[in-house]
Design a protein around this ligand. Structure first.
Ligand code: ADA
Length: 560
C-alpha cells in the first residue's frame, strides 16, 4: 500500500508488495543476472537485516518478482524507497538507477508484450566514496526494498504529478494548481485536464510540450466553500484530475489536500495567521523487527504514542519519511518538520564529489513528492553539517535557494550545533539549535537557551522564529536506580524535565523537539558516536519496542 487514499480511478494500479525472491550478490562478481540463484524469499517492503542470514549484511542484494501481463501495455514501476542504491532491470534490461533510501522513483517499461516478465531490483547498502549521504552514522542504513512498490499501466501521455499550493487572500481560499504531464513523443498534443475539488469543477489551459517530454500546466482558482486544515480540525479534500484527448479519458490522478498557510512574522511561526508553538519529537524510522520498513500499523502506533505524550509535531530526522506516515499526520493534524537526508557531515564529507548532486536530487524529490501534505509546515536541510565554514555556507545557500525555488510556501530551517560560530542563520527563515544541556554539557537549559537567542540575533537570525530542535539524554530502558546516575531512566527524565521546564517558559521559542521519540539502531564502528552501548542511540522516550520510559510521563506533564 502506498497511500492512505485511492490515487486513481482510471489508471490501473497494482501493489507489488508481498513475497519476492532474493539472493545476496557477491561483491567481487560482475553482475550477471541470469546466473543469480534466488534461494530466499523476503518480504517487500522489508529490510534484509531481519533475515537470520543477513543480520549485519552490507553489500548488494537482488530481488526478483515475476509478472504476468494480459494485454500489451506500458508499465510504470513506482518504488517508494530502496536502500540505498537501486538498479532496476526488466527482462534483463536496465531501466533505471536511483540513489537514496528515503525518496521515491519510477522505472518505465514500454510496450510490454503479453506473457510472463521478470522485474529485478538490485539494492546496495554499502558505504564508500559513491555514497555521500548514507555513511556510517548515528542511525542505521538498512538494505533492501524498504518501502512499497506499485505497478501502473500508463499510456503515451500520463499525469506525473499535481502540485497544490493553498493561498489565503482577502478573507478567502484560493489555490495555485499545477499539473505535470509526461508524454512519450515531444510533438504538440491536444489534451485537457479537468479537475474537481471542494464541489467545484475547472480545467487547465493550453498544453505545450517541453523537449524532455514534460508539460507543466498551472492556474489559480478560488474555493469559497473550502474549510481550513488545522491541527484541531484537519479537514482534507480529494483533488481529482482527469486527462483527456477529445472524448477519450486517458489518465487520472487523485491527491489529498488541505487548505492552510504557514508564515513567519515578528519572530513567530503562524498557521493560518495564528502563532503556533511546535511541541514535538524527533523520529527515526526504526524498529528491531522491521528495520526501517515500518508497516502502517506500527506507524499508527507511533502517531498514537506521539499524540498521547501531548506532542503536536514531529521532525522527520534525518530524511524524508514514508508518505504513509505523512498521510497519517495529515489526517491527525500532526505538524511536520521534514528534512532532507544528511546528518553530521563535516566539511570534508561535504566535499565528496557526489555530495552536491545527491543533495540536489533528494531536495527535489522530497519537495516534489511531498508538496501536497498540509501537515508539512517546515522544510529543512543538512542537520549538523559544516554551516560554520565559508565553503559549507555556499552549499547551505545553494540548497536553501533550490528548495525556495521549488516551493516558496513553507519556511526553511536547518538544525545547527555550532552555537556562536554558526554562519548561516541569515539564510534561513527559522533558526534552530541542537543543544544538549544536562547531557553533553552541564549548562543550565534556560540560560543556554537565552544565550542561543543571543547567538542567533547576532548571527543573522534577528527577528526570526527560534526552535530548540534537539535536546535530551540517554536512558537505558529498564535501567532504574535511585542514584539517578547517567544512563538511568531517572536521569533521563530529570534531563527532559529541566529542558522542558525551561523551554515552555520562553515565549520567544516557536518550537521544541525532544531527541528522540524511540531508541534506534546505529552503525557498529569504532568512531566515538557509533561505539554507543548496545549499538543503539538510547535517547528515546520509548525504547526500540515502543515501551515507554519514565520520561514519557515527564513529557506528558509539559506537553499535554
Ligand atoms: C545530534 C544528531 C542526532 C543524534 C544526537 C545524539 O545532535 O543530530 O542525530 O546523533 O546528536 O544523540 O547525540
Amino acid at each position: 500500500m502506498t497511500r492512505l487514499f485511492q490515487t486513481n480511478e482510471l489508471r490501473k494500479v497494482q501493489s507489488l508488495d508481498g513475497s519476492w525472491d532474493f539472493t545476496a550478490v557477491a561483491e567481487e562478481k560482475e553482475l550477471k543476472l541470469e546466473q543469480l540463484d534466488y534461494r530466499y524469499k523476503l518480504t517487500v517492503p522489508g529490510c534484509w537485516e531481519m533475515h537470520p542470514d543477513f543480520l549485519t549484511y552490507r553489500g548488494r542484494g537482488a530481488y526478483r518478482k515475476r509478472i504476468t501481463i494480459k494485454d500489451k501495455t506500458s508499465l510504470r514501476f513506482v518504488f517508494k524507497g530502496v536502500s540505498h542504491t537501486a538498479r532496476v532491470f526488466f527482462d534483463g534490461v536496465l531501466l533505471t538507477e536511483h540513489y537514496n533510501a528515503y525518496t521515491a522513483f519510477d522505472a518505465i517499461a514500454r510496450d510490454v508484450e503479453p506473457g510472463e516478465h521478470e522485474l529485478v531490483v538490485v539494492a546496495d547498502n554499502s558505504f564508500g566514496e559513491f555514497s555521500a549521504l548514507h555513511i556510517p552514522n548515528d542511525y542505521y542504513t538498512y538494505g533492501g526494498i524498504n518501502r512499497s512498490v506499485a505497478m501502473e499501466e500508463i499510456k503515451d501521455l500520463y499525469l506525473e504529478r499535481i502540485a497544490f499550493t493553498p493561498i489565503w487572500e482577502n478573507g478567502g481560499w484560493k489555490a495555485h494548481i499545477q499539473a505535470i504531464v509526461r508524454q512519450r513523443y515531444t510533438e504538440e498534443q491536444n489534451y485537457r485536464i479537468s479537475f474537481e475539488l471542494c464541489g467545484k469543477s475547472f480545467e487547465l489551459g493550453e498544453p505545450r510540450a517541453n523537449a524532455d517530454g514534460t508539460t507543466c500546466l498551472s492556474g489559480i482558482f478560488v474555493f469559497p466553500e473550502a474549510e481550513a486544515w488545522s491541527p484541531e480540525k484537519p479537514v482534507l479534500y480529494a483533488l481529482k484530475a482527469v486527462l483527456s484527448v477529445g472524448d477519450a479519458l486517458i489518465d487520472d490522478l487523485i491527491e489529498r489536500v488541505g487548505f492552510r498557510v504557514v508564515t513567519t512574522e515578528a519572530g513567530k511561526i503562524q498557521l493560518n495567521g495564528k502563532d503556533i508553538v511546535m511541541k514535538g519529537v524527533n523520529r527515526h524510522e526504526d524498529h528491531p523487527m522491521v528495520g526501517s520498513a515500518i508497516p502502517l500499523q506500527l506507524m499508527a502506533v507511533d502517531a498514537d504514542l506521539i499524540s498521547n505524550m501531548g506532542c503536536n509535531s514531529v521532525r522527520t530526522s534525518h530524511y524524508p519519511n514514508d508518505e504513509l506516515f505523512l498521510d497519517l499526520c495529515d489526517e491527525r493534524g500532526i505538524l511536520v518538520w521534514e528534512e532532507n537526508h544528511a546528518r553530521g557531515l563535516s566539511l570534508e564529507k561535504m566535499q565528496n564529489p557526489n555530495f552536491r548532486w545527491q543533495c540536489e536530487q533528494v531536495n527535489r524529490e522530497m519537495v516534489e513528492q511531498h508538496h501536497n501534505h498540509p501537515s508539512i509546515v517546515i522544510w529543512a536541510i543538512l542537520n549538523e553539517c559544516a554551516s560554520n565554514t565559508l565553503e559549507g555556507r555556499e552549499m547551505y545557500k545553494e540548497q536553501l535557494e533550490q528548495i525556495r525555488a521549488l516551493d516558496a510556501s513553507r519556511p526553511l530551517t536547518f538544525a545547527s550545533h555550532h552555537r556562536e560560530n554558526e554562519l548561516c542563520f541569515d539564510l534561513a527563515d527559522i533558526v534552530s539549535f541542537n543543544l544538549y544541556p544536562g547531557w553533553y554539557g552541564d549548562e543550565d537549559p534556560g540560560e543556554l537557551c537565552d544565550l542561543a537567542r543571543g547567538w542567533a540575533d547576532a548571527g543573522g537570525g534577528l527577528g526570526k522564529p527560534m526552535i530548540m530542535s534537539e535536546f535530551g539524554g540517554d536512558g537505558y530502558y529498564g535501567h532504574r536506580d535511585a542514584s539517578r546516575v547517567r544512563g538511568t531512566e531517572e536521569r533521563q527524565a530529570d534531563i527532559i524535565e529541566a529542558n522542558l521546564s525551561a523551554y515552555t517558559k520562553r515565549s520567544f521559542l516557536s518550537g521544541m523537539f525532544i531527541w528522540q521519540y524511540c531508541d534506534c539502531r546505529v552503525t557498529e564502528g569504532t568512531d566515538w558516536l557509533i561505539t554507543r552501548a548496545g549499538t543503539q542511540n538510547s535517547k528515546g522516550i520509548v525504547d526500540r519496542y515502543r515501551r515507554p520510559k519514565l520520561a514519557y510521563a515527564t513529557v506528558q506533564k509539559y506537553f499535554k
